[in-house]
Design a protein. Sequence first.
Length: 181
Amino acid sequence: MKRLSLIMLVALSGSLGACKKGKSNDTKDDGSPRTNTPVALQGSWMYGNFSMTEYWSQNPADYLGNAFELAIAFNFNADGTYEQYFTSGTVSGAGSTYHQSLTKGTSVVNEVDKTITTYAKSAHYKQTRNGVTIEQRDLREDEMTKVTKYGYELRTEVNGVKVVYLKLNGEGEPLVFQQRF
């Protein structure tokens, strides 16, 4: 339960700061806090989880989907900008609901303290139910989590995959993000 709470906190910290479509997120000249991202942290990092329960309709030929899916991804760019992607899906009864968001902004990496602080600048949110878009919009300034701080630890797993362990506010169980290209 604590792990699910941490997942939702990480997701909401950035996702309520969510997907901006069609507009560039030029934060180079706006005075936002930023540092160049260390080479070891640059690139795409993904975390995901899903339930082992799947739903079928009364007609066994109609697959409704996985009971619960969650994915969070970060893309840390060399120039100190980032994107955070969030998606979750649930199936209950005869319906599926998906939440998606993209947050863009700048980041400050403190290699001594092993922290990453993100500064959200724009966010876009989308909700679909049974394949129909229910809500899709840019979030207002007062709806975004503007500053989020993570503790981090870089590791290489025994299978050679690079991972970063992220802890929201440096507390709780870390979420393990695998590096993706």
